[in-house]
Unconditional design. Sequence first.
Length: 407
Amino acid sequence: MKKELLPAEKRLPDNNGFFGRFGGSFVQPELQKQMDEIAHAYHTICRSHNFVQDLRNIRKHFQGRPTPVYYCKNLTEKVGGARIYLKREDLNHTGAHKLNHCMGEGLLAKYLGKKKLIAETGAGQHGVALATAGAYFGIPVEIHMGEVDIQKEYPNVMRMKVLGAKVVSVTRGDKTLKEAVDSAFESYLEDPVNSIYCIGSVLGPHPFPLLVREFQRVIGIEAREQFFEMTGEMPDNICACVGGGSNAAGFFHAFIDDPVEIYGVEPLGRGTKLGEHACSLAYGTEGIMHGFNSIMLKDAGGNPAPVYSAASGLDYPSVGPEHAYWHEIGREKAVQINDDEAVTAFFQLSRLEGIIPALESAHAVAFATKLAKERPTESILVNLSGRGDKDLDFVMEKFGKYAEREY
Ligand SMILES: *Cc1c(COP(=O)(O)O)cnc(C)c1O
């Protein structure tokens, strides 16, 4: 593959939704019709002046954007290396980046006259964000969630119910995110004309990886401008946690053509054994799942492998096709952070900066503190994808000993 013959990275995916070999749409003909409709809607409605204006207004007055970029003075001094900065998506309304694409998907549903929003959720953050969008736009919401995640993230289940969403408990298989995706797709296929599937990350058949990245791109666009205004330069390094990869894709996209090192931080969970982590980029192989071609973790039979991370928003056995592409061409480096390192960063950021990060985001913070020691003269901009309130009970129950340590 000759690199100079490739279209500029920023112009991907192509018309069929491919980022190199990755992405595309591998679904049954009936669903393909709906995907074509949504792709058409993206290229017409979402690119119209009215839509762009509406979304801009919502972001400013409802979501509270722009979210700030913040210099972590105490953490930087403690670690003793590169300057560490955070893009504060934890301050986005509902406490995470997911509202960025949910408000976009909700607005598109409104323009299309859809009567129901359907989605899956892992940590519950996407469910809460979509339930919020549904309340805002006055469209009913149905959220599919694994039974295990319902127990682990119960406060988010209550938030969804308070916001008026219907929560469907998924009891098949491992009862987590992977099964919730299957269940949500089945429900969508029952009435794809009146409902719309609002995927929770840069995953699924074309045009979802494109659609979600475009709605998340606001993170990178803001952060790049804010960092430059604050420091007069580009960051040397940027990093974000990668589950499906939406916060990372929206953040990285703005920096793709810049002389900036890009790190996608994957959850190493309890170790490198299959089933103990969810590092799709590092340990996965090419395959098709949930309607798209990407890098995925497979079991001996070639099916999606069970995955694990203390951060339930990261335990997905594949990754967005754009990340698979960036990783393959060497633009994005995949790095790994385990549970212990993530929980340590969770407490470190809380104690030193007064910011309780989501366990997912704590993976990115943990990597930044490691890299900082190796690159003492550089800067690192971390996307802090969400706040940790949802994780408090889980962390204190499972990792309570960490609270007694000095940071
Ligand atoms: C869901 C979630 C993630 C992982 O999703 P991506 O699509 O990889 O961004 C990361 N951080 C938080 C706070 C989340 O809620």
